[in-house]
Each structure stands twice: as structure tokens, then as C-alpha cells.
Write a protein that binds this ligand. Structure first.
Ligand SMILES: [Zn+2]
Length: 113
């Protein structure tokens, strides 16, 4: 029976670091990652409790939409810049302020009360 000659197992890594040491280093790194993750989760939980009891955080986490659609810019300008000083009434149809002398709204044509 001829013995199959196997190369001797050498526990040396790429740069002369023993494999057991390399595995120990990886294990330490993994444990460090788990510990950091647990610390972060604990911190965020306590911070959440703190914010719930003390107050909301000053900066909202919601990202603002890039463009907010303006519902009705014409009524805004009509409200902010009255041209004539007279009794006005707000139209129930479109919300514009129109003169009480007018019989119907000039914006939507709704008859005023
Ligand atoms: Zn109107």
C-alpha cells in the first residue's frame, strides 16, 4: 500500500498570519460589529423615548416634495391686494372677495346672496 503523500497542512495565511489568528481577528470584528449595532439600537430606542416624552425633534424627517401645487393663485392675489375700499363679501363658490354691489361673482358667476 503506497501512502498518498499529502502536503503538510500549514496554518499560515497569506502574510504569515496563522489561520487561527485570522479567524480570531474576524470573530473579534464580528463581535465588535454586533456590539456597535446593539449600542446603536439601544441609543436610538432611548432617544425615541426621550423625544416622545420631551418633545418632537426640531427637524422633521419627511423630505419636502420638490413642487407643491398651488390650488388657486388668483384668489390669493385677490385677497392680499384689494384694489378698492368697499364692502366685500366672500364668494361661497370660489372664495374670492367681490363687491356687495355686484349681483354675481366675477370669478365663477355664482349669484351672491
Ligand atoms: Zn365666485
Amino acid at each position: 500500500m503506497s501512502r498518498l503523500r499529502l502536503p503538510r497542512l500549514r496554518l499560515t495565511g497569506v502574510q504569515g498570519v496563522r489561520t487561527s489568528d485570522l479567524m480570531g481577528l474576524l470573530l473579534k470584528l464580528a463581535l465588535l460589529g454586533v456590539a456597535l449595532y446593539a449600542a446603536y439600537k439601544t441609543f436610538s430606542r432611548w432617544k425615541g423615548l426621550y423625544d416622545r416624552f420631551v418633545g418632537p425633534p426640531p427637524v422633521p424627517q419627511r423630505p419636502e416634495p420638490p413642487r407643491a401645487p398651488e390650488p388657486a393663485p388668483t384668489t390669493q392675489t385677490a385677497q392680499t391686494r384689494p384694489k378698492v375700499i368697499e364692502d366685500t363679501v366672500q364668494c361661497v363658490g370660489c372664495g374670492a372677495y367681490v363687491s356687495t354691489a355686484a349681483e354675481k361673482c366675477g370669478h365663477c358667476g355664482r349669484p351672491l346672496p
